[in-house]
Design a protein around this ligand. Structure first.
Ligand SMILES: Cc1ncc(C[n+]2csc(CCOP(=O)(O)OP(=O)(O)O)c2C)c(N)n1
Ligand SMILES: [Mg+2]
Length: 695
């Protein structure tokens, strides 16, 4: 192949740097051109930044992309994914599988890059955690990446405080996140930056691609604020790099970050989108469409690359990365491994914790002392039962932490046992997190914690799951065991009115693929829900818990709550089984179903109550089990849930009856709302009888 590039042995280090940078640029350009879709301009502009971070700053061993103490790199402007695919490919990052085993193959091959954005390619449109090794978090929805990076930084602070000992720096990694105008326009970034500033996360560095361009054109049309001033106000250290091509300046600025104590660092990097493109540089046209064959040739010419070569990695490029990040990362990891061996000898229990956590396993005895609640007609609120369970779990599982978006006292999510403590800048060992009223960032931060292998939950009112939903969705897409604890799950906060009464929330969360939703019906179901959720390693869960007390059912009379682990179970049945009508209920409606059931039995009607706290878990059961719980031949069915009726026809069939919500709620005492919306035993009894008449 003809090439204008000098033989590698004649190149200076600076020239080799430039060669690597231009390789990132041309791989990105070629991939977008080949796919006929994608974003070339930002990779062209940020190649020097990504090159410098990876080859000069990042402590990361491409041979082991899941080494616990690696620096994290988060590409929050996920549309520039070719930056990441180039970096992962050129540094030779190795693939690992879901069981954390190394597969002995490259994470991203040149062939993957040739097949950018094609089915099964390890170079998809946006960075996808769990699909491509070396991707630290899924990004694409702007702002999520930077917010998630705050969770990673919080995790490092907590881990360092718990596990480091004199001469044993088991955790001391940094988190770098690159973002663009879009990320910083999104509110989630402001929420996350505000919290990061408050917590003084000096292990966190965001680099802002200040290119003044978004899709619709120049940022002067919608984004003219003083971004640097804003971050100063958040309490960040704000630095500026006036030329995105100045790698030495970038390196020095990253050093300043690493030396800065007590606050996170924000670097404003002035760049030119589409750098090197004679006709598209500094225009929105460089953002989201291929450059076109002719412009590609002109760019390559500008970079001193052969104009006809495609997906070209010049001699010396792979080696230059091996000499940089490869050697630095391997040395750091080997040193860490040696330190960890002595650590294990001196602190075997702590070492075991670190290892268990990495595999998402739980410590022995993690579920000891979980409460068993005695039958009680007055009962206990779901949130109260949850609070008791959380406090037991947090003591059994040292690396289980979490908190609420300012509703801790109401969600009952505060850890109150002696020594639990609050996570703050000067007390990073604290187990209770205070997210502030920032649900959107909270969900992303919980994901960042989960990605860092601590077990974490975030909490709020169920109605505000709307504000957290993008993070919940990403948790599911990433197959992370993030936990979302939502209380005030229905109309239990009656007088607050329809602004606070969820209707469509359960069904909309059930629509998220892979997410587990659980709405327990009494205190013992809450216990079993947590027992199930804590054992999830690759799925997130949403708990919908009641505000108001729910009767604690007599488990000597009715089936044990352990049935929650099957998603739905026969709670009460006609004597000898063989029911003629089935009442299905979740959450606060469970005791109502039982009351109706007892009335029906007394009237000689053979009814069955199925407790169904989780559709998704039930759907995972074998057909034989499902048919046993809901025998197909019994078509007289009533389902009851204080939420949208949508979807319940799946379980009651076309002729079945759903008692649920088809409108918003209202502001009134709960009793009146129950009456108005049909959640009363006699209304259930009547519905069951009507069902039987239809047979
Ligand atoms: C939450 C969200 N809204 C909208 C989009 C669609 N989108 C993708 S990139 C982009 C423009 C981003 O501009 P900027 O961050 O400045 O990136 P640049 O063009 O400078 O690379 C938009 C609106 C998105 N990915 N996520
Ligand atoms: Mg921009």
């Amino acid at each position: 192949m003809s090439t204008a590039i000098a033989p590698v042995e004649n190149l200076s280090t600076a020239e080799l740097d430039q060669l690597c940078i231009n390789t990132i640029r041309t791989l990105s350009i070629d991939a977008v051109q080949q796919a006929n879709s994608g974003h070339p301009g930002t990779p062209m502009a940020l190649a020097p930044l990504v090159y410098t971070i990876w080859n000069r700053a990042l402590t990361f061993d491409p041979q082991d992309p899941i080494w616990p103490n690696r620096d994290r790199f988060v590409l929050s402007n996920g549309h520039a994914s070719m930056l990441l695919w180039s970096a992962l490919h050129l540094t030779g990052v190795q693939a690992v599988n879901a069981d954390y085993e190394r597969l002995g193959q490259a994470s991203v091959t040149l062939d993957d890059i040739r097949r950018f954005r094609q089915l099964d390619s390890k170079a998809p449109g946006h960075p996808e955690y769990h699909w491509v090794s070396g991707v630290e978090t899924t990004t694409g929805p702007l702002g999520q990446g930077v917010a998630t990076s705050v969770g990673m930084a919080i995790a490092e602070k907590w881990l360092a405080r718990r596990y480091n000992r004199p001469d044993f720096d088991i955790f001391n990694y940094n988190v770098y996140s690159v973002c663009g105008d879009g990320c910083l326009m999104e509110g989630i970034a402001s929420e996350a930056a505000s919290l990061a500033g408050h917590l003084g996360l000096d292990n966190l560095c965001w680099i802002y691609d200040n290119n003044h361009i978004t899709i619709e054109g120049n940022t002067r049309i919608a984004f003219t604020e003083d971004v640097a001033g804003r971050f100063l106000a958040y309490g960040w250290n704000v630095l500026r790099i006036g030329d995105a091509n100045d790698t030495d300046r970038i390196e020095q600025t990253l050093e300043v970050f690493r030396k800065t104590k007590g606050r996170p660092t924000f670097i404003v990097l002035d760049s030119h989108i589409g750098y090197g493109s004679p006709h598209k540089q500094d225009t929105a046209a460089a953002h989201g469409e291929p450059l076109g064959e002719e412009e590609v040739r002109l760019c390559k010419k500008a970079y001193g690359f052969p104009e006809d070569a495609k997906f070209f990695v010049p001699d010396g490029v792979y080696d230059h990365f091996t000499d940089g990040i490869g050697k630095r990362g391997a040395t750091a990891r080997q040193k860490w491994a040696e330190v960890f061996e002595s650590y294990r000898a001196q602190y075997p229990d702590l070492a075991t914790e670190v290892e268990l956590m990495q595999k998402r396993e739980l410590p022995a005895g993690w579920d000891r002392n979980l409460p068993i609640f005695p039958a009680d007609a007055k009962g206990l609120a779901g949130r109260d039962a949850s609070g008791k369970v959380l406090n037991v779990l947090a003591q059994n599982i040292p690396w289980f932490l979490g908190g609420s978006a300012d509703l801790g006292p109401s969600n009952k999510t505060l850890f109150t046992y002696p020594g639990a403590g609050d996570f703050q800048a000067d007390t990073p060992e604290g187990k209770t997190l205070h997210f502030g009223i920032r649900e959107h960032a909270m969900a992303a931060i919980v994901n960042g914690l989960s990605l860092s292998k601590v077990r974490a939950f975030g909490a709020s009112f169920f109605i505000f799951s709307d504000y957290a939903r993008p993070g919940i969705r990403l948790a599911s897409l990433m197959e992370l065991p993030s936990i979302f604890v939502f209380t005030h799950d229905a109309m239990g906060d009656g007088e607050d009115g329809p602004t606070h009464q969820p209707v469509e929330h359960l069904i909309s969360l059930r629509a998220i693929p892979g997410l587990i939703t659980i709405r327990p019906g009494d205190a013992n179901e809450v216990v079993e829900a947590y027992r199930f959720v804590m054992q999830l390693r690759h799925k997130p869960a949403v708990l919908a818990l009641s505000r108001q007390p729910l009767p604690t059912l007599d488990r000597n009379k009715y089936a044990p709550a352990s049935g929650v682990a099957q998603g739905a179970y026969v709670l009460a049945d006609a004597p000898g089984g063989n029911p003629e009508v089935i009442i299905i209920a979740s959450g606060s409606e469970l005791s109502l179903a039982i009351a109706a059931h007892e009335t029906l039995l007394a009237q000689g009607i053979r009814s069955r109550v199925v407790s169904m706290p989780s559709w998704e878990v039930f759907e995972h059961q074998p057909k034989a089990y499902r048919d046993n719980v809901l025998p197909p031949k019994v078509t007289a069915r009533v389902a009851m849930e204080q939420g949208s009726t949508l979807g319940w026809e799946r379980y009651v069939g076309n002729s079945g009856r759903v008692i649920g919500m088809n409108t918003f709620g209202a502001s009134a005492p709960l009793k009146e709302l129950q009456k108005k919306f049909g959640f009363e035993p006699n209304q259930v009894v009547n519905a069951a009888k009507e069902q039987l008449k239809k047979q």
